[in-house]
Design a protein around this ligand. Structure first.
Ligand code: GTP
Ligand code: MG
Length: 238
């Protein structure tokens, strides 16, 4: 029996086309937790048939799915990876190993495009600007708020993340920085997604992401008042 060292949370909204490739590329000792966010393309049944653990989250939103995966995880280390084949699970040890070696508390994969059209120019620009702001706010030297990442499960739960939409990865980073975690960035590959684009490739998705992230940056999440504001905002959305 393989010892599961890492649970890999894969938020999934209609990613049946990408799942076989992703699940086939999980490193040994890494367990896939596919969080089905109300897919209508058979993603959940497919993931189960391919041996993944499947968790259901009915509330829409990237953060809702990612957090449901974190709550379902039991391994000491939890990693996150998009389920659209834009990221290669074989890169996961790059973010996990520094955590296992106790050299970092949060490791983020900086997306390095593997082809010219992997990352639309507007999304790259927005991300460059966001990273610049984050360097100024936190002093952490990051260049991308990459969704492939890893941390220890228990401290991550203790961050008490509240955002349930596209601000979740940002809130995790801000919470980790506020708690003085050792945050490290490593290069990871980024390929064109398989299947229809939902966020970055669409104007609506990009605007929603900018709105969610701007709201977080306006609030200082370290103060109780900010946490209350965030929680009220999230309630209003559901
Ligand atoms: N957009 C979106 N993605 C979700 C949701 N729930 C789970 N996901 C998954 O979260 C991951 C990231 O979403 P993506 O749609 O790839 O977002 P993105 O990479 O910014 O943009 P595109 O790849 O262009 O769609 C994917 O694996 C989605 O299937 C949700 O409610 N909305
Ligand atoms: Mg994607």
């Amino acid at each position: 029996m393989i010892n599961i060292r890492v649970d890999v949370v894969l938020p999934c909204l209609n990613e049946a086309q990408a799942l076989p490739w992703i699940l086939d590329r999980m490193p040994v000792g890494y367990r896939a937790i596919v969080v089905d966010n109300g897919s209508t393309d058979g993603s959940a049944a497919l993931a189960r048939s391919l041996g993944a653990r499947v968790v259901h989250e009915s509330r829409r939103g990237f953060g809702a799915a990612a957090h449901a995966g974190l709550l379902a995880a039991t391994a000491p280390i939890v990693a996150f990876c998009d389920a659209d084949a834009s990221m290669d699970p074989r890169d996961l040890p790059l973010v996990v190993d520094p955590i296992g070696a106790d050299e970092a508390d949060l490791v983020l994969g900086r997306r390095r495009p593997t082809t010219r059209n992997a990352w639309p120019p507007h999304a790259r620009l927005a991300n460059t600007y966001l990273s610049w702001r984050l360097r100024r706010i936190t002093g952490v030297n990051i260049h991308d708020l990459g969704p492939m990442r890893a941390a220890r499960r228990e401290p991550l739960l203790a961050l008490d993340l509240i955002d349930r939409r596209s601000g979740y990865p940002l809130e995790m980073f801000l919470g980790a920085a506020a708690a003085n975690w050792r945050i490290r960035e490593v290069d990871t590959g980024y390929a064109p997604r398989v299947g229809r684009s939902k966020v970055t490739g669409t104007v609506r998705g990009t605007l929603t992401a900018i709105k969610d992230m701007s709201a977080l940056l306006r609030t200082d999440r370290r103060t109780p008042a900010a946490v209350n504001t965030l929680s009220i905002r999230n309630e209003a959305r559901s």
